[in-house]
Design a protein around this ligand. Structure first.
Ligand SMILES: *[C@@H]1O[C@H](CO)[C@@H](O)[C@H](O)[C@H]1NC(C)=O
Ligand SMILES: *[C@@H]1O[C@H](CO)[C@@H](O)[C@H](O)[C@H]1NC(C)=O
Length: 280
């Protein structure tokens, strides 16, 4: 009997859940701007030596036979319209940030190319990796001159030695791979050592956040269904029990029926619930 106040808090609870659900789902709704172009390097190294060659490629939707790619170096447009752009014999002034876009894509994320002048360079595909990525390190000599007795170092500790030139492969990057890397090798009769390159490995929290959002959305949906079910169950039970009781009391004792009616009204006033609930 005293349960006549239940439906309203349940409804409030449902709407809170509904809003929570909408807020959770909002970031998943994609902005409807054009997709970003993807700028890639070939070979993939973000650090190169003077006189190396590199080809920049812009991946994005293209109308065939329509060279409409735009290229930017440190924010300034370059007078190149092809979707791939080769820089032969790189110079120090070619260092900096590159971006591209096509007719149907927005500006790519910047790719930073660093050109240095040295005998030896430890080349990397990126300075920042996510846990689980796979990558390769290359001990690269100036003008790709023959290189022997190569050693790769991580935080000053030798990782691997080879008489012949080789690449150092990391099949699955984890947090322990952060730190400084360099290599050493013999060119002619001279042993050269590269400068250090700092690599940062980030925890894969993008995956964690996405996973949590999905779980939260599922919880919200389940809670919403449960709330609706509870609401209808209570309403149904109330209606049934009241009508049964009324029927019973009506038959047995008309006096207690009027008493019942009085108690109901009293309870309603006490809780301040809207009177339409009487008609539920
Ligand atoms: C760059 O390309 C030119 C021409 O194809 C080639 O002669 C030269 O060896 C290349 N440079 C390097 C470092 O591979
Ligand atoms: C990280 O990877 C190395 C191999 O590259 C492996 O020996 C090491 O156990 C890994 N560490 C963790 C914490 O997974």
């Amino acid at each position: 009997m005293g349960e006549s106040w239940v439906p309203q808090p349940v409804t409030t609870f449902s709407s809170v859940l509904l809003w929570a659900g909408l807020l959770c789902l909002a970031p998943a709704v994609k902005s409807n701007g054009p997709p970003k172009a993807l700028l890639t390097l070939e070979p993939p190294w973000v650090n190169v030596l003077r006189e190396d060659n590199v080809t920049l490629k812009c991946e994005g939707l293209q109308t065939p036979g329509h060279d409409s790619t735009e290229w930017f170096h440190n924010g300034s447009p370059i007078s190149i319209n092809q979707e791939s752009y080769t820089i032969p014999a790189l110079n120090l002034k070619d260092s900096g940030e590159y971006q591209c876009r096509t007719e149907q894509t927005s500006l790519s994320n910047p790719v930073r190319l660093q050109v240095t002048s040295d005998w030896l360079l430890l080349q990397v595909e990126s300075l920042v990796f996510m846990e689980g990525d796979s990558t390769m390190l290359r001990c690269h000599s100036w003008k790709s001159k023959p290189l022997y007795k190569v050693t790769y170092y991580h935080n000053d500790k030798a990782l691997k030695y080879g008489y012949h030139y080789f690449d150092y492969i990391i099949p699955q990057v984890n947090l322990t791979h952060s730190g400084s890397y360099y290599c050493a090798g013999q060119m002619g009769r001279v042993l050269h050592t590269s400068k250090s390159v700092m690599i940062t490995v980030q925890e894969g929290n993008r995956h964690i956040i996405r996973g949590l959002t999905i779980i939260l959305a599922q919880v919200v949906v389940i809670a919403l269904i449960a709330a609706v079910a509870v609401y209808y169950y209570k309403r149904h039970r109330k209606t049934v029990s009241i009508s049964e009781e009324i029927k019973k009391k009506e038959v047995e004792n008309p006096v207690s029926y009027s008493l019942l009616k009085y108690t109901d009204t009293y309870k309603e006033e006490e809780c301040g619930c809207p009177s339409y609930q009487n008609h539920l």
